[in-house]
Design a protein around this ligand. Structure first.
Ligand SMILES: [Zn+2]
Ligand SMILES: [Zn+2]
Length: 180
């Protein structure tokens, strides 16, 4: 895939945000959220209310990742685009080439994150298709990911999940062979 740098980064952040709010990651809390959003320059403190707003947003994003078909995904993305007031603006910060940001720089952090992650997923779905929004195939993992593989055939969120699933499948076969 050949994303421009900004929507590439932010699409990745959309997946990380969904995964951040999985029950097993909750101890990360506010400090973890600050780490996750470190690329967003802000002088605002991140509050518990921000955390809750982003938790609700992450659930909506998850429904896009797990949408059964393109139509369902685009309906939800359009709803989110309206609600998050995504407002594209061309930025040349830090001497970079002009590129699109999806909310005005003065907007509150959570508004920038919700608008940006929504726009980034909309770009992925429109330019590359829904199959680029992946959910881990492991039975014990609920992580989502952006599939940047050449043929959009990636099944697992990470090498660890892929290895564990292979081991489980191997053991199941071995057990079947020895008991049968
Ligand atoms: Zn930028
Ligand atoms: Zn996984």
């Amino acid at each position: 895939m050949d994303f421009n740098h900004y929507s590439d980064q932010v699409a990745g952040l959309a997946a990380e945000l969904v995964n951040f709010f999985l029950p097993e990651n909750q101890p990360a809390g506010l400090a973890g959220l600050r780490g996750l959003l470190h690329t967003y320059e802000t002088s605002d403190a991140i509050t518990g209310e921000d955390l809750e707003r982003l938790r609700a947003h992450a659930q909506r994003l998850r429904s896009v990742f797990s949408a059964p078909d393109l139509r369902t995904a685009t309906v939800e993305l359009n709803r989110l685009l309206r609600e998050t007031h995504a407002a594209p603006v061309i930025s040349e910060h830090d001497g970079r080439d002009p590129h699109l940001h999806f909310a005005s720089p003065g907007a509150p952090l959570v508004d920038r994150v919700t608008a940006g992650t929504t726009m980034a997923l909309a770009v992925v779905v429109c330019d590359y298709g829904l199959q680029r929004l992946g959910s881990c195939a492991s039975s014990t993992c609920q992580d989502v990911f952006i599939d940047t593989s050449r043929n959009a055939q990636r099944r697992y969120c990470c090498g660890g999940c892929s290895n564990r699933s292979n081991v489980r499948a191997y053991r199941a076969r071995a057990q079947g062979a020895s008991s049968g």
